[in-house]
Design a protein around this ligand. Structure first.
Ligand code: FEO
Length: 405
């Protein structure tokens, strides 16, 4: 895509990444892609805010050359040192040797660690401003949105916020870069939630602190470094991020995420009975087969629904491996405040239930019922599973009433 002037003398010079299969080496974006949004401010002095991933440096530098003479660049603003935003820096500096690199002290230290860059850098203070001519940049330290060095940059006169990973989302920008011109805003919002749960959710407390730091600041444009630029309704993405972040410390929305894995369908039969129980209470439920669905696509429901049903057998005396992977990721991402239940089959010794109990206790989940059974779930087992579903659904509804009240 060509550069786009998003405000007078403020240019989007971003790059779409349709090549990477796994973002951070972990999260699938083969179908969705991602954008690395970079911004150029052309004034008496020129400044670039965030760059792109190294492997797309050629495209990125060609993009920059469309709008200005790179050799005249005065400042590079490092909101966040992670290489998806700083990877092009070494190549850029070959063309712009006079450019000064600005970032929070930890970002400057990381530049030395990651790129061996130690010269022509400036360590910023929280709240420090930089005058470019008609435009002023203000740098606000927002640690752990997403790494400890992260800051957000505010363009004072034009009321534009550059929050880097904050308010970002997966998904390439397919010819349109704004919330009011994209083809399918619902899709981008869903991909923003997936990105949030994959990348940022573990730092929810820091996101809320960052939102508070801008509570009294007028923001007319939210220009993150991944995904859409929010022009028509900049408050929308801020409120979504606020709501999602608050779930780190509250029971989230009514609904149940049913996670299941099965070897010979015995656990699946018990799951089906539990789903009947849930349905009889009218609580929404989504079923994920952990053998087939990457955890990246499970985390959005797991994070935003206050009920979890885990249905998985014992494997070699322990939790079914694919389920263990999902539960350990839930623990890593700090998925808390859940009403939870477990059921599963075993052949000669249990083990999965004990693993579930241990992890549920670690995550602070309220376990409303958990049982295992040997072999097939006989009639009695199916009745127990149905009752477990009813109990879980009722617990989810009543946890909502407590939080509403
Ligand atoms: Fe987009 Fe945390 O890097």
């Amino acid at each position: 895509m060509k550069p786009i002037e998003i405000r007078p003398n403020v240019w989007w010079v971003g790059i779409n990444d349709r090549v990477t299969d796994l973002f951070e080496g972990l999260w699938p974006i083969r179908e969705e892609g991602i954008s690395y949004n970079s911004y150029l401010i052309k004034d008496e002095k020129t400044a670039l805010i965030d760059l792109s991933k190294e492997m797309l440096s050629d495209d990125y530098l060609a993009q920059l050359a469309e709008v200005f003479d790179i050799s005249t660049l005065d400042y590079v603003i490092i909101n966040h040192m992670e290489p998806d935003h700083s990877g092009a820096l070494t190549r850029l500096l070959e063309l712009a040797p006079k450019a000064q690199i600005l970032g929070m002290p930890k970002a400057i230290a990381m530049l030395a660690d990651f790129y061996g860059l130690t010269e022509n850098t400036e360590r910023l203070k929280n709240g420090q401003e930089l005058n470019l001519g008609a435009n002023t940049l203000r740098f606000v330290y927002t640690p752990f949105v997403h790494w400890p060095e992260t800051m957000m940059t505010y363009l004072v006169e034009q009321k534009v916020l550059f929050p880097c990973d904050g308010y970002g989302g997966y998904g390439t920008l397919d010819g349109a870069i704004y919330d009011d011109t994209c083809a399918d805003l619902d899709w981008y919002e869903a991909e923003s939630l997936r990105y949030f749960t994959n990348i940022v959710a573990a730092f929810s407390k820091s996101v809320l602190a960052a939102i508070d730091k801008f509570a009294d600041t007028q923001i007319e444009l939210v220009a993150p470094s991944h995904g859409l630029i929010w022009r028509k309704n900049p408050g929308r993405i801020v409120e979504l991020y606020r709501r999602w972040s608050e779930y780190y410390n509250s029971p989230a929305e009514e609904g149940i995420t049913a996670l299941f894995g099965t070897m010979y369908r015995n656990t699946e039969h018990a799951l089906s009975a539990a789903l009947e129980g849930i349905a009889s209470e009218g609580v929404p439920v989504t079923v994920y087969d952990v053998r087939k669905t990457n955890v990246s696509y499970i985390l959005p429901d797991l994070w935003t629904r206050r009920g979890v049903l885990v249905a998985a057998p014992t494997y070699e005396g322990q939790m079914f491996p694919a389920m263990m992977d999902v539960l350990m990721m839930a623990d890593r991402k700090r998925v808390k405040h859940k009403q939870a239940a477990y059921l599963g089959s075993y052949a000669w010794s249990g083990g999965a239930k004990a693993a579930f109990d241990e992890l549920a206790a670690k995550m602070g989940w309220q376990v409303v019922n958990a049982f295992d059974f040997i072999g097939r779930p006989q009639t009695l087992g199916l009745d127990r599973a149905r009752e477990l579903g009813v109990q879980l659904a009722r617990a989810v509804k009543s946890a909502g009433q407590r939080s509403d009240g």
